[in-house]
Ligand binder design. Sequence first.
Ligand code: TYD
Ligand code: MG
Length: 457
Amino acid sequence: MARTRVQFICQNCGTVHARWAGKCDGCGAWNTLIEEGTSSGIGSGPQAARKARKGRAVALTTLSGEIEDAPRIMTGISELDRVTGGGFVRGSALLVGGDPGIGKSTLLTQAAAALTERGHRIVYVSGEEAVAQIRLRAQRLGVAHHPVELAAETNVEDILATIEDGKRPDLVILDSIQTLWTDLADSAPGTVTQVRAAAQAMIRYAKSTGAAVVLVGHVTKEGQIAGPRVVEHMVDGVLYFEGEGGHHYRILRTVKNRFGPTDEIGVFEMGDMGLREVSNPSELFLGERSAKAPGAAVFAGIEGTRPVLVEIQALVAPSPLGTPRRAVVGWDSARLSMVLAVLEAHCGVRFATHDVYLNVAGGYRISEPAADLAVAAALVSSMTGLALPADCVYFGEISLSGAVRPVAHAANRLKEAEKLGFKQAVMPPGNEDGSGAIGARTVRPEALADLVARIAG
Ligand code: TYD
Ligand code: MG
């Protein structure tokens, strides 16, 4: 008989402490320790008494045939299929995280409906909403006539008993992981112990039956999947569904994927009929572009394999403060400081008495260093009050020495810019030529100073 022992588990990182403390030793977070029952709760009882079973090792070479066609379930929603790497993989578990209200349930309801259209059996288990509420949403989305099987359950053993009844489902959606609990752990639902045990049970179900399992997880204000950071390590893939307040578009981003690339995005627009695919995100992010105004530069970016054009806006204004302000939305503030320092040190542009504001239009977020050149162009344009040509795109990385460095996928960036009617590009000298109209009208500054001289006339 296992001894009952009290322990304190960090709800952020899962570190187990013997004693309560204000701060977690594992991740340094404050006030995240919660008293939970014995961890020996998992695996104790009848399960633990199970006899050890002998496994069998298989030669890697004999497996080749099975791996080539990782059996996938395609939804036909191409923005979703791209992010999963070509559809949900049978026998795998996927975590879909995001803020409450961002549209996770909407997305998965639409995906479930699309899958039933292709003859798959889908079970949608909701621990948050009653069956009537799910049906109401489905009606609103215009998919209520699809044979998705709904269940409102929170106990893992009950869920497994429910879905093992009848034909094996192709996909099981669990909305959300925070509401699940299993008899094997004795903490409250939503605690690390419960979430981990419940996720483990569902992952085991996926592996043993070959059904794909999707776990929905809410993200806390701090940007982590509430408590169960731990779940991220256990599943085969993690997708984040994100969006900015006030904007209608939503981005589905791959954070982890054992069966595909991790830098893909899917773009959707939330409307009154649910989520709509946006197959050309550049049009969305450039949509509200005003006529020629100083401080705006269009960056030709890449997300995964897709080019995305976004407008970068800078405002440089004389500062009344001793320490001028630097504010950034949608880009890395350390990167902005670096570009400002290079402009000061190598190009003679002084920002010491100016406030600098930088914004990526449409609430989009850029993580590529290739945006350096577009940011520098926007800053210089705002500083000088001279507008940049409206039909020009910018990309290139800037080194601390002020040199312009080549970046990946130049041809793709140019192709997208051309498709959207841009006629010129400022890009690194080391990159290959784009074919077509822009190819002939590229400017390739060796150093940032050359670009500054060009803008300032
Ligand atoms: P939901 O999918 O319930 O979010 P989550 O599961 O991530 O918590 O989406 C809720 C939000 O989406 C809610 O604010 C209303 C909005 N919404 C629409 O704008 N249009 C729609 O057709 C639907 C179903 C929801
Ligand atoms: Mg929901």
